[in-house]
Design a protein around this ligand. Structure first.
Ligand SMILES: [Cu+2]
Length: 388
């Protein structure tokens, strides 16, 4: 009998066929190198990294202490339902490690990333991973397509520094669907000697936060209410229709309206250098820190390019991750938004930084608090209001 699960898998396979390398072609004792001479990396040290859920980032050195290494990561693909706003709207989502976005991975230039990708048998879909930081094989997508109940190991050389998106790309319409339901994240490949400013001088950060922005497309019923689905497979048809209209119902940071506000606000202190890594795997966005700036902004995220200085708003191209470094100078609550303000306020793309420390009256002062108007401006008002 053709179950929905096998039907979906067959559709995904057919969609992926032109791009994917067949299992036979992939068969090799050195699974990371389907064709070509073996590379002997046995002399390299290995280390294991445990990933943590965004907006937090696993521990790492900013300046590499070790020689180039093979850095081992493991990620489980988790298909799960996600609440995406405060009204209880539910998304049938697909994720790396159960979070939207997936975790930020950090290595140094010259390291090898060795990822074990696991598709647990409880899932319905085929998945893979395309690293924008990797070279060849559809960014690894061609070598990592796995069914539920399978695992695979991909190794690639982190040969260019920067922040880069990774995402699932199983073929055909599965690609945008898996991405806009949650399957993206980012990797940061640091220069071995750390970050540099626009003059080439070393800079470091006291804190790093990872913000992944998502556009969601939730179908509505005849009454205009958001629909909820039993599982990922049953959400496909309706979601594809909304997606293809290109108008998101939600634009959010870290998987949910309010994921980074209120009790979940990002914390910092006056005087701290905070690095904000911001990714959007599908759609353009324009981060802006209200009341602050980007001291140094790697708008495209690529650390071999000198950063821009003093930005008010920066542009993250869909399918990329950028990085901004800012030293907070005043205490208070800062909104960090996508400065399409409709998307920030009505659709959800707002985070908060809560910053503690001493207020600097030199930078800003309230010279007069809001007070009654004590002179008559009616004549001036009327003259300015008159039609030209
Ligand atoms: Cu996927």
């Amino acid at each position: 009998m053709m179950t929905r699960r096998t039907a979906l898998m067959a559709a995904a396979m057919a969609a992926a066929a032109p791009a994917a390398i067949s299992k036979t072609a992939m068969a090799s004792d050195e699974s990371m190198t389907p064709v070509g001479a073996k590379v002997d990396l046995s002399a390299l040290p290995r280390k294991k990294v445990s990933l943590v859920a965004p907006p937090f980032v696993h521990e790492h050195d900013q300046v590499a202490k070790d020689p180039p290494s093979i850095v081992e990561f493991e990620m489980l693909v988790i298909e799960k339902e996600h609440e995406i706003d405060e009204d209880g709207t539910m998304l049938q989502g697909m994720t790396f490690e159960g979070s939207i976005p997936g975790p930020l991975m950090v290595v140094h230039e010259g390291d090898y990333v060795e990822l074990t990708l696991i598709n647990p048998p409880e899932n319905q879909m085929q998945h893979n991973i395309d690293f924008h930081s990797a070279t060849g094989g559809l960014g690894g997508g061609a070598l990592t397509l796995i069914n539920p109940g399978e695992k695979t190991v991909l190794r690639f050389k982190a040969d260019r520094p920067g922040t880069f998106v990774y995402h699932c790309a199983p073929g055909g319409p599965m690609i945008p669907w898996h991405v806009v339901t949650g399957m993206s994240g980012a990797i940061m490949i640091l220069p071995r000697d750390g970050l540099k400013d626009d003059q080439g001088k070393p800079v470091s950060y006291d804190k790093v936060y990872y913000i992944g922005e998502n556009d969601f497309y939730i179908p509505k019923d005849e009454k205009g209410d958001y629909k909820r689905y039993e599982d990922i497979g049953s959400s496909y048809g309706d979601t594809l229709e909304v997606m293809n209209g290109l108008i998101p119902t939600h634009v959010v940071f870290n998987g949910k309206v309010g994921a980074l506000t209120g009790d979940n606000a990002l914390k910092a202190n006056v005087g701290e250098n905070v690095l904000i890594v911001h990714s959007q795997a599908n759609r353009d966005t324009r981060p802006h820190l209200i009341g602050g700036h980007g001291d140094l902004v790697w708008e495209t995220g690529k650390f071999n390019n000198p950063p821009q200085r003093d930005n008010e708003t920066w542009f993250i191209r869909g399918g990329s991750a950028g990085a901004a470094l800012y030293k907070f100078r005043q205490p208070g609550v800062y909104a960090y938004v996508n400065h399409n303000l409709i998307e920030a306020v009505s659709l959800g793309a707002t985070a908060h930084f809560v910053v503690e420390g001493e207020w600097d009256n030199d930078l800003m002062a309230q010279v007069l608090p809001p007070s009654p108007l004590e002179r008559d401006v009616t004549a001036i008002y009327n003259s300015k209001k008159a039609l030209p």
